[in-house]
Design a protein around this ligand. Structure first.
Ligand SMILES: NC(=O)c1ccc[n+]([C@@H]2O[C@H](COP(=O)([O-])OP(=O)(O)OC[C@H]3O[C@@H](n4cnc5c(N)ncnc54)[C@H](O)[C@@H]3O)[C@@H](O)[C@H]2O)c1
Length: 363
């Protein structure tokens, strides 16, 4: 991992203390990392495609693969306990490195299990979904959901390495691919015109023709640059929550029937609508964001009643002194965090989400 290999778009992260490798068919790199780590145990999402990847890594290492049924509804402390008990049964000790394989649920959950097991063992993640490659596996946030809301229990714990193998995307359902795209749109709004325009152009191409490693690398760089400044989210890292105060409420209000990425797409529209209403964002930029979300096949509308969404928002952990704070765009490439606003503005923005934007009013 020491060098940058342009031909395979393998990048070594310069912002954070651990390498993030991005490329195609990274088995060699993953196995080499595991050999250097010494003893490893591999934990995987039980999804058949994901376990196939996990076994391909485990075979040359003669490491056992322990698979767990995951999914958002199982991102709970009860699953953590199951993982911890399994590690003990496998004879895992403090020097063993846990290698997790799977999407964002896997990185949140296995990362937390590694941080807790015997007060912490080294962890590495092999990201298999687009959401985990561009977002969940990067930045050291681990956690599980509580009955009261998403990701309400967890720790900051950096992995030793993250591997984003774009080949895994071949088996990823297009719905999950789109969810990752929502986080990439978020990254592009944060990054600015260059990345955003590139995405607008790519959105006209079929997914099979996208240069995935490059897109992933660009989104990862947006995230690592922000996280490096504020690892523990005491300030600037909040920018990465653009659209997320809304998104978490949509997920919760729908009992997680609306998946995270779809909720982020809705949340990005909602944040734009709120920013427009507050006179902070311009109509043209908002219309571009909406058009990009639409052309990527992500949702723009929800019929969840406004009151239900507001109640779900009340559990948001970004609240300060009981007041909700939002991350809102001022322009593409200019996003602000910690914006407080009145309930009537939130209600009005949410009200617009019940309708699809029309050609005459693209909001
Ligand atoms: N910690 C963070 O900073 C952070 C950031 C963003 C999202 N998240 C979390 O990530 C989670 C969402 O991540 P996700 O969308 O990856 O969910 P997920 O892990 O449930 O994966 C989505 C689905 O795709 C399947 N899958 C994964 N890789 C596959 C592959 N290569 N081929 C076929 N199927 C595959 C999984 O089994 C699952 O059914 C949420 O819980 C969210 O809160 C965390």
């Amino acid at each position: 991992l020491a060098a940058q290999k342009e031909d395979r778009a393998l990048i070594v992260n310069e912002d954070l203390a651990y390498p993030i490798a991005i490329g195609h068919d990274l088995y060699g790199e993953i196995v080499a990392f595991a050999r250097r780590a010494g003893s490893v145990v591999i934990v995987s999402d039980a999804n058949e495609h994901v376990t196939r990847i996990a076994r391909s890594i485990g075979r040359p290492l003669r490491a056992r693969v322990v698979a767990f049924d995951l999914g958002e509804r199982r991102k709970r402390l009860t699953t953590i306990e199951r993982v911890l008990e399994s590690l003990l049964e496998e004879g895992v000790d403090r020097r063993t490195t846990l290698v997790g394989v799977g999407g964002g649920v896997a990185s949140d959950l296995f990362g937390l299990a590694a941080a807790l097991y015997m007060r912490g063992i080294p962890y590495a993640h092999v990201a298999t979904s687009l959401v985990s490659m561009v977002d969940a596996a990067i930045g050291g946030k681990t956690g599980v959901n509580l009955r009261g809301g998403k990701n309400l229990a967890g720790v900051f714990s950096d992995p030793r390495a993250v591997f984003c193998d774009a080949s895994a995307l071949k088996t990823l359902p297009v719905r999950s691919l789109r969810e990752g795209l929502a986080e990439i749109v978020k990254a592009a709004i944060l990054a600015g015109e260059e990345f955003f325009t590139r995405l607008e152009r790519l959105a006209e191409e079929p997914f099979a023709r996208w240069p995935w490693e490059r897109v992933i690398a660009e989104a990862v760089r947006v995230k690592t640059a922000i996280v490096a400044d504020d690892r523990l989210e005491l300030g600037r890292r909040e920018l990465l929550n653009l659209g997320h105060t809304f998104a978490h409420a949509f997920e919760r209000a729908s009992s997680y029937r609306i998946a995270h990425g779809a909720a982020v797409a809705l949340g990005l529209r909602a944040a734009g609508l709120l920013a427009l209403r507050l006179g902070r964002f311009d109509k043209t930029s908002h219309a571009r964001v909406v058009a990009l979300i639409r052309s990527l096949g992500l949702p723009l509308r929800t019929t969840i009643p406004v009151e239900v969404i507001l109640n779900a928002m009340a559990a948001d952990k970004k609240k300060r002194d009981g007041r909700l704070r939002f991350v809102l765009p001022n322009a593409i490439g200019d996003v602000e965090f910690g914006v407080e606003c009145g309930r009537s503005d939130i209600v009005a923005a949410l009200g617009r989400l019940r309708e699809l934007p029309t050609a005459s009013s693209p909001r």
